[in-house]
Design a protein around this ligand. Structure first.
Ligand code: SF4
Length: 613
């Protein structure tokens, strides 16, 4: 058996995972039919699990239900590859010497070791060698922002955990810095050891160190351990693309302040301290692999519920009994419900048997908004605070500019002034409502959409400014997203800064009318308690005020029959422009227009429905 880095990261999530993985592999590689397997080999309790993981398609072939494709990830793959290429260039500048990486003429460096008959192996993204010194560099298409933000506050002063010297972040304590608050510093440092949150990339690198050190020990080369140094290479969140191109492609030279597009995190010390943790996980994994029966375990942080790295077994297997609607996981902003078993948050409620919201005794619910949710489900009724909705609507200044941007969060900045992962605007839809209820779906709408990957931002800004000349209110669902894009554009196209910032300054979030906004409603004369209470709740919202949830509550409009149905599909459609024939691209162009137009029309319809309440 061989275990790669990715396998190890997944298989050590919990004690149940390796068993499920083994069971699935067993069935998928067996000659038996699914029914035979279920009836002959498995205890009845496992039949259900098998059914949840494996299914039959129309032709009777076995289908792995846990094997889902992330379409956005696929569309982004070429850009992730670019991150590795740029990282290799910056590594050579930073460290000198010779580097091996996948895109060079050499293959990636491989390390492997055998422990108790199991082969553990890992490929090194960039192996850099300078004299005796070997730099092990793991490239991640994330930004340095999360690392740079780690730290603590004391006496209103922010102290970072990591300090940047040149182009490398180091732990402040290793730089001989005086630590203002050692306990808070240690708490921030401990976050790097949380392999499911801040330490998830560190964990990958620590596993590589584990393999390397075992391989060196097995070949009696322990004396060389100190030659190795461990770094993450990530996108520099401070880098601003100066806008140089060669043959139509961006050239990522240092920016105007000398920042490189890639920066490094020195993790020598942290990966060293991680080694006993990896060793324990390896021992536990081996025990699980040898065990005949599944060791069950509760749901936990390791499931990464609702995160990008959510365990593939959560939905089909471990969390399959969680009801689709009105489960205890749908309490909004749940920071903990006090029960006799203690304060329970998220999946802890499920572990304690509270699958449905109504499974929780009502007297445990103390948060007023949770109680509203609970009672709406309990009595099948809708909660409405008409006074607050009325006051909120009355505070709007017309014309209303219902605006929605579609953006491409490209890891590599594509246009002048962009940073890594800038939400690069390629489309907007605007519905202008001149006075209450006066807005025509077609006549009062304008959609701007890029036809190709050329920089269209100036045209986009010109159109936006032209259409929003009259002072009014920018209205959007989650307006902070639209405001951030407007501000970014205003900083790049300074000649349009004034009108763009006027739009930026006068805003309203549609969500405040259905959910709430404490500050706004207090300013409109409501008490703190009233202002923090939601304005509207229908059990169909299931704890979410996203447009996908609110739209069916307030209208018959639906995205179901659209070709492009959501933001992810919009990104993927745009990202695939150059893979399409002219005819296909024209069709998809229209689909993107229809989708974005529907987003702003949905806002007009929801506002109107609220007005009619
Ligand atoms: S969903 Fe959670 S409990 Fe189930 S296998 Fe995955 S990590 Fe383990």
């Amino acid at each position: 058996m061989a275990i790669t880095k990715t396998n190890f990261v997944e298989m050590t999530r919990c004690v149940k995972y390796p068993f499920l993985e083994d069971l699935k592999r067993d069935i998928l590689t067996s000659d038996m039919t699914l029914e035979e397997y279920q009836s002959q080999e498995l205890k009845s309790s496992l039949k259900e699990i098998v059914g949840e993981m494996i299914d039959l398609d129309e032709d009777g072939n076995l289908v792995d239900k846990t094997d889902t494709i992330d379409i956005q990830l696929e569309a982004m793959l070429p850009y992730y590859k670019e991150v590795e290429i740029e990282a290799a260039k910056v590594v050579e500048k930073q460290f000198g010497g010779i580097s091996k990486f996948a895109e060079s003429t050499y293959d990636q460096e491989l390390y492997d070791t055998n422990i108790n008959g199991i082969r553990y192996l890992c490929y090194i993204d960039i192996f850099n060698e300078v004299d005796n010194k070997k730099n092990i560099i793991e490239v991640k298409a994330t930004t340095s922002n999360a690392f740079a933000s780690l730290g603590y506050k004391k006496d209103e002063i922010d102290y970072p955990l990591l300090k940047k010297i040149g182009n490398v972040y180091h732990l402040a304590d290793l730089l001989g810095e005086e630590i203002a608050d050692p306990i808070k510093y240690q708490n921030a440092r401990n976050k790097l050891f949380n392999r499911f949150l801040d330490g998830k990339y560190v964990f990958d690198l620590a596993f590589q160190r584990y393999i390397i050190e075992h391989e060196l020990a097995a070949s009696n080369n322990e004396a060389k351990l100190s030659d190795y140094h461990y770094y993450l290479a990530v996108l520099n969140h401070e880098y601003v693309f100066p806008g140089k191109y060669e043959d139509g492609k961006p050239v990522y030279e240092p920016d105007l302040l000398g920042e490189e597009i890639i920066t490094f995190i020195d993790l020598d010390q942290i990966t060293k301290e991680f080694q006993p943790i990896i060793d324990d996980l390896r021992i536990r994994l081996e025990k699980c692999l040898l065990a005949d029966n599944m060791t069950n375990c509760e749901l936990g942080e390791y499931c990464c519920y609702k995160k990008r790295n959510m365990c593939k077994y959560f939905k089909p297997v471990c969390g399959s009994l969680i009801p689709e609607h009105h489960s205890s996981l749908t309490f909004m902003r749940n920071r903990g419900i006090e029960t006799p078993d203690g304060k329970l948050v998220g999946v802890e409620l499920i572990n304690h048997g509270y699958l449905n919201m109504l499974d929780i005794p009502k007297e445990y619910i103390k948060n007023q908004n949770h109680l509203i949710q609970y009672e709406c489900v309990e009595h099948n009724e809708v909660y409405v605070d008409k006074e607050k909705i009325k006051a909120g609507i009355a505070s709007l200044k017309y014309p209303l500019y219902h605006l929605d941007f579609e953006t491409f969060p490209c890891p590599m900045p594509r246009y002048r002034g962009e940073k890594p992962y800038t939400q690069s605007v390629f489309e907007f839809s605007l519905h202008t409502e001149v006075s209450p209820g006066v807005c025509d779906k077609d006549k009062d709408n304008y959609v701007f959409l890029a036809r190709d990957f050329n920089d269209c931002r100036l045209d986009c800004v010109k159109e936006l400014v032209r259409l929003t000349q009259k002072p009014g209110t920018l209205l959007a669902q989650n307006v902070s997203f639209e405001r951030s894009r407007i501000k970014e554009l205003a900083n790049i196209f300074k000649e349009y800064k004034e009108p763009l910032m006027r739009l930026y300054d006068n805003y309203f979030d549609l969500i405040w009318l259905v959910n709430t906004n404490q500050e706004l409603y207090q300013s409109l004369g409501f008490t703190k308690d009233e202002a923090s209470r939601v304005n509207y709740y229908d059990k169909a919202l299931d704890g979410s005020y996203s447009i996908k949830k609110t739209l069916p509550v307030f209208s018959d409009l639906s995205y179901k029959n659209l070709d492009v149905k959501n933001g992810t599909e919009a990104i993927v459609t745009y990202a695939n422009y150059d893979k399409m024939s002219v005819e296909e691209r024209n069709l998809k162009y229209e689909s993107l227009i229809t989708y974005c137009k529907q987003d702003t029309w949905a806002m007009v319809v929801i506002l109107d429905a609220l007005r009619n309440l």
